[in-house]
Ligand binder design. Structure first.
Ligand SMILES: [Zn+2]
Ligand SMILES: [Zn+2]
Length: 267
């Protein structure tokens, strides 16, 4: 098969590699779409202690099951699946309580386990049993399904922020996660969604999403504008969907008393 193999920092090579064999508890998925996460770019540029090159990275995957081990239950050849990143170890206190993202071992597809920048990805026994592998319906495209993982991060982030009906939300950053967070905030009942962004190109794209107010942070004072839009009180929930230190600091200036700030970070 063809795979994009991260051979070293800043060096990814597309080449022929063996299609992985599966055992009776694993399965093989033909990758039909794999999105590029911000964390893939960080791994490519700066490395990650959990990624040991040469490795195939990529963890926002959708595809179809083409081979199933004889002991695998719940999946069959032909199933269309969306696959995420973190794989619970299944044994520690966190994983046994459904909080695998706190697992100390912190296995993930595209990290310790080979990822989706390849024609096929093998799902090992632990991934088949505990991993984020979900069947999808036939009317969902593979490209859309590949975004299940970042979308799940955004849903989780807003749930942990305890976003309530009628609340005002500020999303700092209108990249892919910021746009998903804005749209989800409306779906979850926010009354006012304010999104800010420095780059004008991204701001243009963000217009398609559901923010009520878009702030061009390179042109106007973000803090003043949010306070003006929230009657001087600040927002109930502020989510930083960008990595700049300034954004994290400013988040504290635009949150209401007893509000919640989410320093959002996706895997
Ligand atoms: Zn990701
Ligand atoms: Zn664990």
């Amino acid at each position: 098969m063809k795979a994009a193999v991260l051979e070293d920092l800043n060096n990814m090579v597309v080449k022929e590699v063996e299609v992985p064999d599966i055992d009776e508890e694993s399965m093989l998925v033909r990758v039909r779409a794999c999105a590029v996460c911000g964390s893939d770019i960080r791994i490519f540029r700066h490395g990650n202690p959990r990624v040991h090159p040469p490795q195939i990275i990529g963890h926002e995957i959708a595809g179809e099951v083409v081979e199933v081990g004889s002991n695998v239950k719940g999946f069959k050849v032909g199933d269309r699946v969306a696959i995420g990143a973190d794989v619970p170890c299944g044994e520690c206190e966190w994983c046994q309580n459904g909080l695998g993202n706190n697992c100390g071992i912190n296995y993930a597809i595209g990290y310790q386990f080979p990822g989706g920048f390849a024609e096929y990805v093998v799902l090992n026994p632990i991934t088949v049993r505990f991993g984020p592998v979900h069947k999808i319906s036939g009317d969902l495209s593979f490209e859309e399904a590949a975004l299940a993982e970042p979308l799940a991060c955004c849903i989780n982030g807003l749930e942990l922020s305890r976003l309530g009906l009628g609340e005002a939300v500020v999303i700092i950053g209108a990249g892919p996660a910021g746009c998903m967070l804005a749209q989800l905030s409306k779906v979850m009942g926010a009354s006012k969604v304010i999104m800010s962004q420095r780059s004008k190109k991204r701001l243009q794209l963000a217009k398609k999403f559901k923010a009520d107010i878009l702030i061009s942070a390179s042109e106007e004072n973000f803090v003043d504008r949010v306070l003006k839009e929230t009657g001087g009180k600040g927002a109930d929930v502020v989510v930083t969907a960008c990595a700049s230190s300034q954004a994290q600091e400013e988040a504290l200036l635009v949150v209401k008393n007893r509000g919640r700030v989410n320093f959002f970070r996706q895997i």
